[in-house]
Design a protein around this ligand. Structure first.
Ligand SMILES: Cc1ncc(COP(=O)(O)O)c(C=O)c1O
Length: 390
């Protein structure tokens, strides 16, 4: 069979590697503390679950590709409450099946055989689909290596002129997986200005926008997203996965420049990605409520507070995250990150080394704070013992 070059050269999806290690440990009857994949096991808010059950109809029909009226109205409500954006202000919205497929499919609308600029630039370390989607679309992926020294901010204006000229789209992802970094106001403004000047489409992967330090709620503060600044050439990818603990439901939305959303919708209708109607009902309930999300923020913040002191004592924390449920750490001095994470995995603590989350970044690792509080503490004690005995 003849497979194309992109498929033949795909690296193993790193999370699959992790799940193999996990399975091996389980088959050896070892207790596993799985900080590998960012998929917390907190029960989904009951009204969301009930909505799915109540929405199953005797007759099944194709769902509305762009989202039915109840869902779209609920999403506008969310955007209005959280970002002050209303329908008719230059934005349009469209339901997606979570953000992963939408991230993948947007590349097909932006670069490819039909000409135009070829590069899609994206943060590294970061979500692997930015790269694979650019490749499958026939574009050129361009990883931008983020540095702890400048708080993991993207600085596209520092790229070589030849690269800047050929960038069709720029991904940003703040709050950032894996570092937990947030976007600084001055940086966001500079990024928007740069995109305007260079005619670059700004793509904001905002799936962690609601997962931040709960103290910010009292201060009326939220992580920044470009859609609060402009609709022009900007698209934001939102998701219920992390916000509402709905990774298995596959539901999110795309909001952005209404001038092109119609075309993106027409393209997506060819890709066949309408959200099933019963899930649209559940999603409408989820976007209409912010309280269950505030409760999730408290849970993650508590886990960060539990884990951080152990890692700080070991000198592994450079930045205390204020958002996401990830802890980005330095591995102990002199150790390779893959070797350290594999060693830790043998003790039952599964984490992700930076080399699996990036294109060549070494020396760091990520804890996804998925295990419950007592298990988080037990695992941190295992990490402490291991590092002290190295
Ligand atoms: C940065 C980032 N973007 C996108 C996704 C995809 O999320 P979903 O498709 O569940 O919305 C993830 C999932 O972990 C992620 O970490």
């Amino acid at each position: 069979m003849s497979l194309n070059e992109v498929t033949l050269n795909l690296p193993n999806y790193p999370m699959e590697e992790l799940s193999k290690i996990r399975q091996r440990l389980i088959s050896q009857n070892k207790k596993v503390f799985d900080f590998g994949t960012g998929d917390p096991k907190i029960p989904t808010w009951a009204p969301i679950r009930e909505a799915v059950a109540q929405s199953v109809t005797p007759i099944s029909q194709y769902p509305a590709t762009r989202g039915g009226p109840d869902l779209i109205e609920s999403i506008w409500g969310y955007c209005n409450r959280n970002f002050g954006i209303k329908s008719g202000q230059g934005f349009d919205i469209m339901a997606t099946n979570g953000s992963k497929e939408a991230i993948f499919h947007i590349a097909l609308c932006l670069v490819g055989r039909a000409g135009g600029k070829k590069i899609i630039a994206y943060p590294d370390p970061g979500y692997p689909v930015y790269r694979s989607s650019a490749l499958y679309a026939g574009g050129i992926p361009y990883p931008m290596h983020l540095k702890a020294e400048n708080d993991f901010q993207m600085e596209p204006w520092t790229l070589p002129e030849e690269v800047q000229k050929n960038i069709a789209a720029l991904w940003i992802n703040y709050p950032h997986n894996p570092t937990g970094a947030i976007l600084k106001k001055g940086h966001l403004e500079k990024i928007i200005e740069w995109c305007e000047k260079r005619d670059v489409v700004l793509l904001a992967d905002d799936c962690y926008i609601d997962i931040y330090n709960p103290a910010w709620d009292k201060e009326g503060k939220k992580p920044l997203t470009p859609i609060t600044y402009t609709s022009k050439n900007v698209y934001s990818f939102m998701s219920l996965s992390k916000r509402s603990g709905m990774t298995g439901y596959r539901s999110g939305f795309l909001i952005g420049d209404s001038r092109y959303m119609g075309l993106v919708g027409t393209a997506r209708a060819n890709m066949g990605v309408g959200t099933p109607t019963m899930l649209q009902k559940a999603a409408a309930i989820a976007w209409a409520d912010d309280r269950h999300v505030a409760e999730r923020r408290q849970i993650f913040a508590k886990r960060i507070e539990l884990a951080i002191p152990y890692l700080q004592k070991l000198g592994m924390i450079e930045h205390k995250p204020e958002a996401t449920f990830y802890l980005w750490c330095k591995v102990p001095k002199g150790m390779d990150d893959v070797a350290f994470c594999l060693r830790l995995a043998e003790e039952g603590v599964i984490t992700s080394p930076s080399q699996w989350l990036s294109e060549g970044m070494k020396g760091s690792m990520r804890f996804a704070l998925v295990p419950e509080d007592p298990d988080t503490v037990e695992a941190m004690e295992i990490v402490t013992r291991l590092v002290k005995n190295l």
